[in-house]
Design a protein around this ligand. Structure first.
Ligand code: GTP
Length: 334
């Protein structure tokens, strides 16, 4: 099985972290996000992955110089300009010469969805495209997908208001596509798979879906980027992962509660860290507190400073002693 993984977006919602690092290269507990995505694919039987790259593509190549990631061989398709989700799939398929059914996944989804059973169901139905669905409480920021009892997709409603959503089952960002679908995607311009391609396949009764109750989270926002990591250390997704890296230095009189402290980070005496992510080599000085927030790689939180309410402190940014950062991103990207 071959897969195209979409990793070329700007990741604007995760700024300022994504100003220096593309979203899928941001660490999630102990390794870059992309490695979790590739593991899910490998578990399902995928042996070749093409990364559909754009923004900061060089950082992916530099991280996987042997073109192997998580035991799977990688190839790269670098768009000359962002072509959006379907344009990127066409470009990647043209670049590596895909002419058989293949998987497509969004690179910012962490999930245990079984891609093999999605694949098998796709072949069994003979669909043009088959998408995995996951259930969420609030579907209003997703593509909502009503189906009939057999799983035939009846519509594709992008980001409906909460009251108008016909169902809570949403597009999980994982698809099996027949190669013929590629012919529907114009070359060299932005084309959205969710807004343009899927609605046209629905109109021909060719789009099918498979519902899954497996773990799923789209980690493209600050709160879900934090949540996904807390789920991993809480053991919500299998055995609990170690929250504090062996190479981190946490003073014995610091308090670290339900938080990730990545390698090389320092948490000084009497600092308090709660429900937060302290990234590589960040320094939290004495008496500082970090609550429900993300401290970027190499950032420095001065003595007695307070960072709270889903704030994000960017790469190597310093927060002065005693300062309060409350629900803000610094530097601000506006
Ligand atoms: P935001 O700017 O925060 O919305 O993030 P994003 O740019 O990543 O966009 P979004 O989360 O909607 O994208 C879903 C997936 O598609 C992500 O894995 C993106 O990296 C990827 N993606 C979005 N646009 C493009 C594109 O033009 N080219 C490629 N190759 N991938 C894209």
């Amino acid at each position: 099985m071959k897969a195209v993984v979409l990793v070329g977006g700007f990741g604007t919602r995760l700024r300022p972290l994504t100003v220096t690092t593309p979203k899928q290269m941001l660490s999630v507990v102990d390794r870059p996000m992309i490695e979790y995505v590739v593991s899910t694919l490998k578990r399902g039987g995928v042996s070749e992955v093409t990364l559909a790259l754009g923004y900061k593509e060089d950082l992916f190549r530099a991280s996987y110089p042997d073109a192997v990631c998580g035991g799977v061989s990688l190839s790269y398709a670098v768009e000359p300009e962002p072509l959006d989700t379907a344009g990127a799939v066409r470009f990647a398929a043209d670049t590596v010469g895909i002419d058989e059914p293949f998987l497509v996944v969004n690179g910012d989804v962490l999930t245990d969805i079984d891609v093999r059973s999605l694949w098998d169901r796709h072949r069994e139905i003979g669909a043009q495209a088959t998408i995995a669905l996951t259930r969420v409480q609030d579907p209003s920021r997703f593509g909502v997908v009503p189906t009939d009892a057999q799983g035939k997709v009846l519509g594709f409603v992008e980001k409906p208001s909460r009251d108008e959503a016909p169902t809570n089952w949403i597009n999980a960002g994982i698809y099996v596509l027949e190669p013929e679908i590629l012919g529907r995607i114009a070359r060299g311009r932005r084309v959205s798979i969710e807004r343009e391609v899927f609605p046209s396949v629905v109109a021909e009764n060719g789009l099918w879906a498979v519902k899954s109750e497996a773990y799923w989270i789209d980690i493209g926002t600050p709160s879900t980027y934090v949540q996904a990591q807390l789920d991993l250390i809480d053991g919500v997704r299998g055995p609990a992962m170690t929250a504090v890296a062996a190479e981190a230095r946490v003073d014995e009189d610091a308090e670290v509660e339900r938080s990730v402290v990545m390698e090389g980070a320092t948490v000084a005496v009497r600092a308090v860290i709660r429900d937060s992510i302290i990234m590589q080599s960040a320094v939290i000085e004495e008496d500082a507190s970090v609550d429900g927030s993300v401290i970027g790689p190499g950032a420095h939180i001065g003595r007695g400073a307070k960072v709270t309410r889903m704030s994000i402190v960017g790469d190597r940014v310093s927060v002065g002693a005693g300062r309060l950062v409350d629900g803000s991103k610094i530097p601000s990207s506006d």
